[in-house]
Design a protein around this ligand. Structure first.
Ligand code: ADP
Length: 623
């Protein structure tokens, strides 16, 4: 209760008034006491002081008379006024100088103090010494009376004039003062209580409103604007508070906006972002990072568990120049590129780790390197042959028999043809990779196309004593596609069957429509050398050949099936190796009858183009 400003103010004011009145009261009573005491001694002095030697001498003379005590009484009676004797509170007594017994006085002996006062004792001692000058007029403030004892010595007898004031007047005055002070105090307290109420209303009221407003703002409610009711300091404070709340609101809005922006950015960005506080605990981790790290990352997860193997947390936190560190780590089959940088703001801060999935890029780089190595290797062999035969012809001059030199020249021509084939195939692949090959999609009769390819290959088949047949299962529809390219694919597959089947083999081409009538298919079955199980998954790779020597012998480049697959895929179809019973191979091509999904194909082309430019690192090229 006493903790409220209102109560504190009231208490302070009440205490102020009470202490003020106490001080005033103390000064007043002390002042009244000393005034009274001083008055007492002034009066004594005016009768018995040094200026009044004659009166004192008269007193001594009177003391020498027979009825000295009575004479002294009369003289004192005559001076009752100057001495302030009122016969009630102040009296005089004529005492025997030797015994101190009451002889006469303005009041009876019963009015004397029970115990002899120090002044009286001092006066009696002076009488005993015969010292008439001593006047016992010391005041004893702790006594409840004021007194003075004056020894009067004559030759015959000695007396003591004893003036006694029982301070009743003073007590009455003090009592009255006390009552006045008490009344003033009560009135003062009442006025103070009223004033403090007014003060509290004008001062504490606005402060309480301000406090309530501050509590609202602290609770996040910025809409309450406090009314400015005065132009004093509190009014200024209220105005400033309103301004501050407004600025705070705007700033918080901006921060919130920035935070939402960042949250959205982190949520949808493809790069992973993990933030750690200065203690190395995760404070933020976006879905991409969780996906890349392939583990549960929660708020509070430790840096050491995630990236401790790369860089020590303290080292990253203290990075100066450069302000970031780079690293790479493998997670499962993925390769992640990492950028670690400290961020600091005053005492807060931490470490930010950005993760970039470079698996595809690395794979593409690998493929490119492999491809370049393959291309160089494929070209080097025929080039070496060409060079060595040409050198032999040149060095021999005319000494080589004409049929031998013709044979050499035939080899040179066939090797050059092979190189031309490789370069042409590479060119086709490069165009397909870059998405630059425009497909002329037109409906054409599927069965007719197969027949024409089979016819074109009949001569080759016959040359190897193969039995090449074609059978359509049901009626074959027209399909939408680039006839020339698809015939190229068919030629490649049938050509391979002819190539990789020992002489006198059987090659059966069949075609039909799938059950859902959305696609057509073509199977090329042979009973040739077949493809070993371990190579089945690789024959569509560039330059892959099961038997390099045999392929080369037959003029193969190892690119035929990869080109064929690219073309079929551009038709949204598929080239597969279905299960084959017995020796030999079956290659299946499936193509959609209609290219309604060509939009999808176009999108894939665009993606392919991007991937290709990514893989070549912007340097171009057909890899
Ligand atoms: P190539 O120019 O060498 O024929 P391809 O890309 O057309 O290249 O074929 C890749 C490899 O697949 C061939 O070298 C061959 O070893 C194997 N292959 C393709 N078709 C057949 C098949 N019908 N029978 C056996 N092996 C085949």
């Amino acid at each position: 209760m006493f903790r409220s400003l209102r109560m504190k103010l009231a208490m302070i004011m009440l205490m102020l008034v009470a202490s003020q009145m106490t001080i005033v009261g103390a000064f007043l009573t002390t002042g009244a006491n000393s005034f009274y005491m001083n008055g007492f001694y002034r009066q004594l002095n005016s009768v018995f002081g040094l200026d009044q030697r004659e009166f004192v001498a008269d007193l001594r003379n009177a003391a020498g008379e027979d009825n000295g005590a009575e004479s002294l009484r009369k003289m004192l009676d005559a001076n009752a006024g100057p001495l302030g004797i009122d016969y009630r509170t102040r009296n005089y007594f004529v005492l025997d100088g030797d015994t101190g017994n009451w002889l006469a006085g303005s009041a009876g002996a019963e009015s004397l103090p029970m115990e002899q006062s120090p002044n009286l004792l001092a006066a009696r001692a002076a009488v005993a010494r015969g010292d008439a000058s001593a006047v016992g007029d010391e005041s004893y403030l702790n006594a409840d009376y004021l007194d003075a004892a004056i020894p009067i010595l004559s030759e015959e007898r000695s007396f003591i004039i004893y003036i006694l004031d029982n301070q009743e007047t003073l007590s009455g005055l003090n009592r009255q003062l006390f009552h006045i002070i008490l009344q003033s105090l009560v009135m003062g307290l009442v006025i103070t209580a009223f004033l403090s109420f007014l003060l509290a209303k004008t001062m504490v009221g606005p402060l309480e409103k301000l406090t309530a407003g501050a509590e609202e703002v602290a609770a996040g409610n910025f809409d309450t604007e406090l009314p400015v009711e005065s132009e004093d300091e509190i009014g200024i404070l209220t105005g400033t508070f309103n301004e501050m709340a407004g600025v705070l609101h705007t700033t918080l809005d901006q921060i919130e906006n920035e935070r939402t922006k960042l949250d959205t950015l982190f949520l949808y960005m493809t790069d992973g972002v993990v933030a750690f506080d200065t203690g190395g605990a995760v404070i933020h981790c976006n879905p991409a990072a969780k996906n890349m790290l392939q583990r549960k990352v929660e708020i509070g997860s430790r840096y050491d568990e995630l990236f401790g193997g790369l860089f020590a947390f303290a080292d990253v936190l203290s990075l100066k120049r450069p302000r970031h560190a780079e690293g790479e780590m493998a997670v499962g089959e993925r390769t992640l590129e990492l950028y670690l940088a400290p961020f600091l703001h005053q005492r807060l801060g931490g470490v930010l780790v950005v993760l970039h999935d470079v698996t595809e890029r690395r794979r593409n780089e690998e493929r490119r390197k492999e491809f370049v190595a393959n291309v160089s290797h494929e070209l080097r062999t025929p080039l070496t042959n060409v060079r060595s035969y040409a050198e032999t012809l040149r060095d021999a001059g005319g000494s080589i028999p004409p049929d031998m030199s013709d044979g050499f020249l035939d080899i040179i021509i066939s090797e050059t043809d092979r190189m031309t084939n490789i370069v042409q195939d590479l060119l086709i692949l490069s165009r397909l990779d870059a998405g630059n090959t425009e497909m002329a999609f037109k409906p054409f009769p599927f069965g007719e196309a197969i027949e024409s390819v089979v016819r074109a290959n009949a001569l080759n088949a016959r040359a190897r004593n193969h039995e090449l047949t074609f059978r359509a299962e049901g009626e074959l529809p027209c399909v939408e596609g680039d006839r020339n390219r698809l015939e190229q694919v068919m030629t490649n597959i049938i050509g391979n069957a002819i190539k990789y089947t020992p002489d006198g083999g059987h090659i059966r081409v069949t075609a039909g429509v799938t059950g859902d009538r959305k696609q057509v298919w073509m199977d090329v079955w042979d009973d040739g050398i077949g493809i070993p199980e371990e190579s089945r998954g690789r024959v569509f790779e560039r330059f892959y050949r099961v038997d390099k020597a045999r392929s080369r012998e037959s003029g193969g480049t190892g690119l035929g099936l990869s080109i064929a697959r690219e073309i079929v895929q551009r038709h949204n179809g598929a080239l597969t190796l279905p299960p084959h019973d017995g020796p030999g191979t079956t290659v299946r091509m499936t193509i959609p009858i209609s290219q309604k999904a060509r939009k999808g194909a176009k999108r894939r082309d665009a993606e392919r183009r991007n991937a290709a430019s990514d893989a070549s690192g912007g340097k171009g090229g057909a890899a």
